[in-house]
Design a protein around this ligand. Structure first.
Ligand code: GDP
Ligand code: MG
Ligand code: ZN
Length: 293
């Protein structure tokens, strides 16, 4: 039997739907061995399957995962859209900055998205574009359709998902991209969505050589404390410092000869992004100190 390779789109009971690299959707049953190995086939898994002369195809192998998110369970995410609102609710930028760091550590490409640009003036948009320019930020409106083509082009060829605070318009954006979804939107949807999560697992929607998770709702996942040198690498804008910091593990706080402080003084780095950075850096410093408590 020849093996075919594909991506696991969804699980329904003990059946799994796999989109093969040849573009066919095939319903499979899992090989009994997975249960013995305590391996749970997960949405997003790269899998091998073998068609059977009779009955369902068999899932025979799960390839090693690049990453695994647990709420909802999904493997091998390439890109995460971090959605904020241009008006209400007021963005929690600290949350966005933390999620950018966590995403990068997991090998996920974070793309900040400002939705509801139809409801705001230019000022919050300009600041957003400046602060997140290293992350190819997108400005969109689920309502007017503005910017959706740019968002669509970022969905191509990768496995992506949406995250962000409640009511920023994640469900509205998914509905705009996939009109057949009919996700509940608005105040009432908060409850509906929660109910939905308990009754049904997330699934991937195929989209132009890629796929999008139909369920937004990642909260912040727990981060291991980081070394300062690692944190420095996760701020791409620090690479533009006019000169290197005197210390390689510079926290860019009160140290002398700090290239990052020079960026701040020149206005290249905004006060907001810097202050949030410092707060995160101090937290990691504290957590490193108490790591073995
Ligand atoms: N004006 C405007 N309202 C929007 C936009 N996107 C979403 N909304 C509204 O914002 C509210 C929350 O949207 P929803 O998609 O449920 O947010 P979620 O909690 O992130 O999934 C709803 O009342 C939507 O109609 C937008 O682009 N413009
Ligand atoms: Mg929603
Ligand atoms: Zn420094």
């Amino acid at each position: 039997m020849t093996e075919e390779i594909g991506i696991l789109l969804k699980g329904v009971g003990s059946f799994y739907e796999v989109l093969t690299d040849a573009g066919e959707t095939i319903t499979c049953k899992a090989r009994g061995l997975f249960r013995k190995e305590h391996t749970v086939p997960t949405v997003g898994d790269r899998v091998a399957l073998e068609r059977q002369p009779q009955g369902y195809a068999l899932l025979t192998r799960i390839f090693p995962r690049k990453n695994l998110l647990i709420r909802p369970p999904v493997a091998n995410i390439d890109r995460i859209f971090l959605v904020v609102s241009a008006s209400v609710p007021e963005p929690d930028w600290l949350l966005i900055d933390r999620m950018i760091l966590e995403a990068k550590r997991l090998g996920i490409d974070p793309v900040p998205v400002m939705n509801k640009v139809d409801t705001s003036g230019q000022e919050p948009i300009d600041l957003f574009l400046k602060e997140y320019r290293e992350f190819r930020p997108l400005c969109v409106s689920a309502e007017s359709g503005e910017g959706l083509d740019a968002l669509r082009s970022q969905l191509k060829g990768c496995v992506s998902c949406f995250a962000g605070q409640s009511a920023v318009g994640k469900s509205s954006l998914l509905n705009a991209l996939f009109p057949e979804l009919h996700l509940a939107v608005g105040d009432l949807s908060a409850k509906t969505e929660r109910g939905r999560h308990t009754t049904r697992h997330a699934e991937l929607l195929p989209y132009e050589n890629g796929a999008v998770l139909d369920t937004p709702g990642f909260s912040l996942w727990e981060a291991e404390p980081m070394e300062q040198t690692e944190l420095n690498k996760l701020y791409p804008e620090f690479a533009y410092a006019p000169f290197c910091c005197r210390y390689p593990d510079c926290m860019h706080d009160t140290e002398p000869d700090c290239g990052v402080k020079a960026l701040l003084e020149s206005g290249e780095l905004t006060a907001g992004r810097y202050e949030r950075y410092l707060r995160i850096a101090r937290e990691h410093q504290q957590r490193r100190k108490h790591r073995y408590d």
